[in-house]
Design a protein around this ligand. Structure first.
Ligand code: HEM
Length: 112
């Protein structure tokens, strides 16, 4: 024997929401975790010396304070572009794929 379950559209909507909503909350949590911080050029410009050295490359903001002493191209060259957009200088050097991998570690956000 088959029992027919009558289910109104409203009930269907409630069941659907109950199934989806917890997942939606989890989704929201994870997507907010991946939110990238935004900085203005004025904020970046404040970090312009060896004590706090930020640079912008291709609209990404990097805090290279801890990397400056390790930079194979020397620390002086990074200090020259401290607090500035160094995209052109970075590309001019023709940095290797390895360099691009290293830089990911120092990304702190995007340009607003
Ligand atoms: C997070 C940012 C940066 C990272 C991780 C990085 C990393 C590196 C690495 C690993 C090298 C060794 C060569 C290579 O593998 O390509 C290098 C060399 C060099 N870098 Fe950078 N670099 C950064 C930013 C910059 C910037 C902004 C400039 C210029 C203003 C610069 C100028 C140089 C120069 C002149 C060399 C030496 C090239 C040579 O001797 O042939 N770098 N860098």
């Amino acid at each position: 024997m088959q029992t027919a379950v009558a289910c109104s559209n409203k009930e269907k909507l409630v069941i659907f929401s109950a199934l989806i909503f917890p997942n939606f909350l989890i989704f929201q949590k994870f997507s907010s975790m991946s939110d990238v911080k935004k900085y203005t050029m004025a904020e970046v410009a404040e970090h312009n010396d060896k004590k706090s050295l930020w640079i912008v490359i291709d609209k990404s903001v990097y805090d290279v304070t801890k990397f400056q002493n390790e930079h194979p191209g020397g620390e002086e060259i990074l200090r020259d572009v401290a607090g500035k957009d160094a995209s052109e200088d970075f590309e001019d050097v023709g940095h290797s794929a390895d360099a691009r991998k290293i830089m990911k570690k120092y990304k702190i956000g995007d340009l607003a």
